[in-house]
Design a protein around this ligand. Structure first.
Ligand code: SF4
Length: 214
């Protein structure tokens, strides 16, 4: 591939690098999936259910994985046939289906969560300051993609009603009002089980301050 396909400016080089990482991730995900007799998408849904530690509606799974409703339904049915998930009528809405892991599904999900270890190992070799800067940059890029509606939204601190951005001018400047936690940039969560979405004005304020001070 020509070096300048994505441009020679920094944004183009970063885009090129991210695409190469995407290729490596796809390759590792398929290698794991073939060994586990699953697909990467099946593995992704198993890990999502494990992270949530609770039942999830089909619609929620579709939203979080950016899959269409028919594809989500099909993938979950395949997992059910393999005995890795169970589908039940939702307690609060008899028309909706909720999905949860079986015991075998939990074991498979733990294994599925391990294929990105090659990435964790590579990032772990970076200096602590580089890791922190990398995470801050990722948070900003993810939030920007969410705002552009080019990525599923996350239950992340930056859009949470309990997040108090840059409350203290010290090493752990942010604060979670719900959990009463002081937080450095590297403590900010991407997928928090007690997240509550803030109103638009609060989200904009948090984002503006975060971008200015980090
Ligand atoms: S509730 Fe969770 S997402 Fe919200 S600020 Fe606290 S830690 Fe972050």
């Amino acid at each position: 591939m020509s070096e300048d396909v994505y441009g020679v400016q920094t944004a183009g080089r970063v885009t090129h690098g991210l695409l190469r990482l995407g290729t490596a991730m796809r390759d590792h995900a398929w290698e794991w999936a073939e060994g586990a007799k699953l697909t990467p998408t099946q593995g992704e849904i198993l890990v999502l259910l494990m992270q949530r530690k609770a039942t999830m509606r089909l619609g929620e799974i579709a939203r979080e994985t950016a899959l269409t409703a028919p594809t989500t339904s099909d993938v979950v049915s395949r997992l059910e046939e393999k005995g890795l998930v169970e589908k039940r009528r939702a307690i609060d809405d008899g028309r909706a289906l909720s999905v949860r892991l079986t015991a075998r599904g939990r074991t498979a999900a733990k294994r599925a969560s391990q294929w990105p270890e090659f990435l964790a190992n590579a990032v772990g070799r970076l200096h602590a300051d580089e890791q922190a800067a990398f995470y801050r940059t990722l948070l900003k890029a993810i939030r920007q993609l969410e705002a552009n509606e080019q990525m599923p939204t996350h239950s992340m601190c930056l859009s949470c009603a309990h997040f108090e951005v840059s409350k203290y001018p010290k090493r752990s400047p942010h604060h979670c009002a719900l959990l009463q936690l002081s937080m450095a940039d590297t403590d900010l969560r991407l997928d928090c089980s007690v997240y509550e979405e803030a109103d638009v004005a609060t989200q904009k304020k948090s984002w503006k301050v975060f971008v200015q001070v980090t």
